[in-house]
Design a protein around this ligand. Structure first.
Ligand SMILES: Cc1cc2nc3c(=O)[nH]c(=O)nc-3n(C[C@H](O)[C@H](O)[C@H](O)COP(=O)(O)OP(=O)(O)OC[C@H]3O[C@@H](n4cnc5c(N)ncnc54)[C@H](O)[C@@H]3O)c2cc1C
Length: 551
């Protein structure tokens, strides 16, 4: 069926209103304003900048720890401390090693875990505030719109087609059918966060990958209100050890916000060997550690969420420019995986992209020749310095924790070089061992007070989708799930998905995959961790997904 789409033209189209996309929009608007005020020619308009966000409102899909290094925000909004929702400055930082029953505090907090000068924030609130500044600057911000397809033209990209609204689960138009818009722009900026669906397509099609593939972790988080006096606001701790074993890369965090609110979570690299390992269950067990139980006892779960994190760093950064297109933020690997910090880098990458675009608009040239200035600006900025010093960090841990610590130590004293530079890595799903007939593990139920099953947690994520729409988790061949995957890997999707989306259900004497797409929290783990790489996450109808209010 040929579809008549309304066409809109912009100078710049930014896909994704996270820290990267919004910093790009605001910095570009500021540059344009200054240029116009000084009588610069040609005059440009901030109204010709569009930002698309799939969440039902700005900040709804933002999930992070979060400790924010304010460096980029101070450059973007110099008086940010006056109005930004910063919650609390970090007052004490600690690192612990956990065994099952004990917690050992490191006598000196290792440098990656030092956080004085940083802020504990709700990223969702911070992004909402930033979105307000962007709107005030005259930029057009569209929530509940997902970029569904890139418009490829010549050697590059020329915009995005947004998702069709009002299509039923069989692909038929409903009464409220509205075809997606064709949004054309001189520059399209992909700021989709980790494993962006458009970015994935662009990187594969144009072969933009760097020497290493991107690798990821999954972060599972709960927000709690705890009893008064249990923890000081501004106290932040990172933990190593139990329940994460030495063959797995991961650790936990506890960040105390104001008003007895606590952010607690566990990150696990999506490159573990046991395909029946369950990161959600590991996080639930984490909370039963005596150190954490003491803090959480008598408290209340407020919110839940999960999201992936790009760990690959400098050597996994794809080429970030094509004709008419740039990639920024997590989508382009701007994250320091040693410190688990990406907010400041996402913002700074957005600002450098804005400067590149501004020059391109003035010169009337937004081809890759002009946009190639973006990676050069990154090279000359503090982003390069920070990422370069940890360029081999995460790869060191792909062969286990102890070897990783050895390499990381050598890298620390040699400015990131270590014994092997560049250290290569492999996609995480290649680490799975076959199950060799191992029975399916029993599913974790939780006690309903301190620990929870997936569905209870999903309820606390505020996730909602239109039920009658095509499934946005596209499995290329369902037979693989019922035949090969059952015997080879025991259907790991049932375990790695933190939102109970995937279930193997008995049907006519065989196990068939059932997809509960409306539970999806948009973490993208399935797209990353499926052993056959046959799950493709595509944008659902705009406005669907979690509601990470206050997260
Ligand atoms: C569990 C966890 C803990 C973390 N802790 C910290 C921390 O303590 N400190 C720190 O600095 N960093 C932390 N990070 C990393 C930090 O959150 C990211 O680096 C940062 O949010 C990246 O910003 P971004 O704008 O690139 O992407 P995102 O924040 O992911 O924003 C991308 C936005 O784009 C939207 N989007 C995606 N695709 C589309 C599409 N096709 N169409 C329309 N909209 C789309 C999404 O809905 C989202 O709102 C953590 C991350 C996680 C997951």
């Amino acid at each position: 069926m040929s579809v008549q789409r309304e066409q809109l033209e912009a100078d710049v189209l930014i896909v994704g209103a996270g820290p990267a996309g919004l910093a790009c929009a605001l910095h570009l608007a500021n540059l344009i304003k200054k240029h116009n005020e000084s009588g610069g020619k040609p005059a440009l308009s901030t109204e010709n900048i569009y930002v698309l966000e799939k969440g039902r409102e700005i900040g709804a899909h933002q999930l992070s720890g979060a400790i924010m290094n304010p460096r980029a925000l101070a450059e973007l909004v110099p008086d940010f401390e006056k109005s930004a929702p910063l919650d609390t400055p970090v007052t004490d930082d600690a690192a612990f090693f956990f065994t099952k029953n004990s917690a050992y505090r490191f006598p000196i907090t290792p440098p990656p875990f030092k956080n004085r000068g940083n802020y504990v924030v709700s990223l969702s609130k911070l992004v909402k505030w930033l979105g307000g500044l962007v709107e005030k600057s005259g930029v057009n911000l569209f929530t509940q719109f997902g970029g569904a397809q890139l418009i490829y033209e010549g050697e590059g990209i020329a915009g995005v087609i947004t998702e069709d609204k009002g299509v039923d689960k069989n692909g038929k138009p409903k009464d409220n059918y509205t075809p997606g818009y064709e949004l054309r722009a001189k520059v399209t900026v992909l700021a989709e966060g980790p494993r962006g669906s458009l970015t994935k397509d662009l990187v594969a099609r144009k072969e933009l990958d760097n020497i290493n593939p991107q690798t990821y972790g999954i972060g599972i988080k709960e927000l709690w209100d705890v009893q008064p006096g249990r923890i000081q606001p501004g106290f932040v701790a990172h933990t190593l050890g139990w329940p994460v074993d030495f063959s797995t890369y991961g650790g936990g965090w506890i960040y105390a916000l104001r008003d007895n609110r606590l952010s607690i979570g566990l990150v696990i690299a999506l490159e573990y060997q046991n395909p029946q390992f369950d990161p959600h269950e590991a996080f639930q067990k984490y909370k039963t550690h005596p150190f954490l139980k003491r803090i959480l006892d008598g408290g209340k779960l407020v919110r839940y969420g999960a999201k992936t994190i790009p760990y690959g760093g400098w050597y996994a950064m794809p080429r970030t420019y094509v004709d008419g297109g740039l990639i920024i933020g997590d989508s382009a690997s701007f994250l320091d995986s040693q410190r688990l910090k990406g907010i400041h880098m996402a913002m700074k990458s957005g600002m450098l992209a804005a400067e590149t675009i501004f020059e391109g608009l003035l010169a009337g040239d937004t081809s890759s020749k002009t946009l190639a200035a973006f990676p050069k600006k990154v090279e000359q900025s503090w982003i390069k310095k920070e990422l370069w010093s940890v360029r081999n960090f995460h790869q060191s841990f792909q062969h286990g924790f102890l070897g990783g610590m050895f390499h990381a130590g050598l890298q620390f004293i040699s400015g990131g070089r270590g014994l092997i530079d560049p250290m290569r890595s492999h996609p995480g799903y290649k680490a799975y061992h076959k199950i060799n007939g191992a029975p399916a593990p029993e599913r974790f139920k939780g006690d309903g007070k301190l620990t929870f099953d997936r569905l209870t947690d999903v309820y606390h994520s505020g996730t909602r989708h239109e039920e009658d729409q095509p499934c946005h988790l596209v499995v290329a061949d369902l037979n693989v799930c019922s035949t090969k995957c059952v015997t080879e890997y025991g259907n790991p999707c049932q375990y790695f998905c933190p939102a109970a989306v995937y279930e193997m259900a008995a049907e006519k004497g065989e196990l068939r995959l059932k997809i509960n797409a409306s539970n999806c929290v948009h973490c993208k783990t399935c797209d990353i961790a499926d052993p056959y790489q046959i799950i493709n996450w595509v944008v659902p109808e705009g406005g669907g997904g979690p509601n990470y209010e206050g997260m």
